[in-house]
Design a protein around this ligand. Structure first.
Ligand SMILES: [Zn+2]
Length: 469
């Protein structure tokens, strides 16, 4: 980083000197105030990071958080397995790369390839690093660049009240609406703003901004990073909207499409064909037995509901009441609790279905829609406990999926922790509150200080968790 060290950067005088910004109504002043923190007292008192959104006290050349958010929202980056909706994330990646370079980062942009990317719009991952050039070490701030599609219909028919690709103040200016404001372009604005306040030569550990592709559709970006085998860092904050509550556990997901094929014939005589629909009834019974078994075997009371679930999502088959149904398709969604092996579960179920189909003389095809393992960090890992201490919130669990399991498989200490509310994500008029962006800047700044600036080193996942994913 070439810029000068400003008053909001970490002071060299005393490592636990911090500064505070006072935010008084609409007028904002940056007032230096010294707070001395003793080790272990970090979370209770930590207010020290200057969020300083939109005012002085940050490195030059970077737009304020809200302008960065506006620019990111204005670049559509919808990911979808439906080719009519699917868009490249390159525009978002390019903006993040530009701002990161402005802040002196070492930037890498890589195209995501492989079966999940085949036939899809271009996908790109971005990595921007500051501080010591120590690949595979330090703190990673990670977000996904894509959004889900939006409801493209008039507001009177349940569509957006404002332009989804523009940031619009709502709730008397307390929040900003736009597609991806909460999930999760706001996080990038906050993370870059935090980096704009750090002098790279104060960093003892590297900091990496990671921006992934296609989280909402296939998680191809994060999978590619895992498959690439290159270490990313010791600790990773996945900035999904959790209301700044640190999340240490979520369920896994298996989505499968099952197609049974028989042969058609006149309905007046069942012997004239092989009914795929009759066969599907047997398959559904088999799935029911599978569900009963896994629910008896696995349980995690941290979740609500605590057991694994199986949802029969869609079924389609046949075309006329007077024809034997030749083809029937079922889509299912299984939610796994930690301790369950997603691949083993899927193979177990597929094996049972194949046996049923074979017995009935039907062909069967399986198509993977989506697989994501369950995620469980240690509640008391250094990263989770520091995030809990800083935010004053106990680590919690969620039922939505994230890229966290892929990072955990790479031996990293992971926490899911970001601004915004998942309940307003993936729906019309998605918004993020300005206060949560500001607060996220304070907390991320505090975390970065603890992990990458302070002299006392933080243990890595490899040291604390024994290296077992
Ligand atoms: Zn998300």
């Amino acid at each position: 980083m070439t810029q000068v060290d400003l008053k909001f950067c970490f002071l060299s005088v005393r490592q636990n000197f911090i500064l505070r910004t006072l935010d008084l109504g609409s007028a904002r002043w940056s007032v230096p105030a010294c707070v001395i923190l003793s080790p272990g007292f970090l979370g209770q008192v930590f207010l020290g990071w200057s969020a300083g959104f939109g005012h002085t006290g940050r490195m030059a050349h970077l737009p304020p958080v809200e302008r960065m958010l506006s620019e990111l929202v204005a670049v559509p980056s919808v990911s979808s397995v439906d080719a009519r909706l699917d868009q490249s994330n390159r525009g978002v990646v390019d903006r993040l790369a530009g701002w990161s370079e402005t802040l002196g980062a070492r930037v890498t942009v890589e195209k995501v390839t492989g079966p999940l990317a085949a036939g899809r719009a271009d996908m790109w991952n971005l990595m921007a690093s500051w501080g010591p050039d120590m690949p595979g070490r330090g703190l990673v701030l990670s977000g996904h660049t894509d959004t889900v599609p939006f409801d493209d219909r008039p507001a009177a028919q349940g569509g957006w009240k404002s332009d989804p690709f523009a940031v619009t103040p709502v709730q008397d200016g307390a929040a900003l609406a736009g597609l991806g404001t909460a999930d999760m372009k706001g996080f990038f604005g906050v993370a870059l703003d935090v980096m704009s306040r750090v002098s790279a030569d104060r960093l003892r550990q590297p900091v990496t901004l990671l921006a992934t592709a296609d989280e909402e559709s296939s998680m191809a970006g994060a999978r590619a990073l895992m498959d690439g085998g290159l270490p990313l860092g010791d600790w990773v904050v996945v900035g999904e909207p959790t209301g700044l509550v640190p999340i240490h556990k979520h369920k896994g997901i298996v989505k499968d499409r099952i197609v049974l094929r028989g042969s058609s014939g006149h309905s007046s005589d069942p012997r004239l064909g092989r009914s795929a629909l009759e066969g599907m009834r047997e398959v559904l019974n088999g799935i029911d037995a599978f569900r009963t078994e896994i629910q008896a075997k696995f349980r995690d009371v941290d979740f609500d509901p605590p057991e694994p679930t199986v949802n029969l999502g869609t079924i389609h088959g046949g075309d006329a009441p007077n024809r034997i149904c030749a083809e029937c398709e079922l889509k299912i969604d299984i939610r796994l609790v930690p301790g369950m092996d997603s691949e083993a579960m899927r193979q177990d179920l597929r094996g049972r279905i194949a046996a049923i189909a074979g017995r009935l003389g039907l062909e069967v095809e399986f198509h993977e829609i989506f697989v994501e393992p369950p995620f469980a960090a240690k509640v008391n890992s250094p990263l989770v406990s520091t995030a809990a201490s800083l935010s004053g919130a106990e680590p919690a669990c969620v039922c939505f999926g994230t890229e966290a399991p892929f990072f955990r498989a790479m031996d990293m200490d992971v926490v899911i922790w970001g601004p915004g509310d998942i309940r307003v994500a993936h729906r019309v008029d998605e918004f993020v509150e300005r206060a949560t962006l500001s607060r996220a800047g304070e907390l991320l700044g505090g975390l970065l200080h603890r992990f990458c600036v302070e002299e006392q080193p933080v243990e890595t996942a490899r040291q604390v968790l024994g290296g077992q994913p």
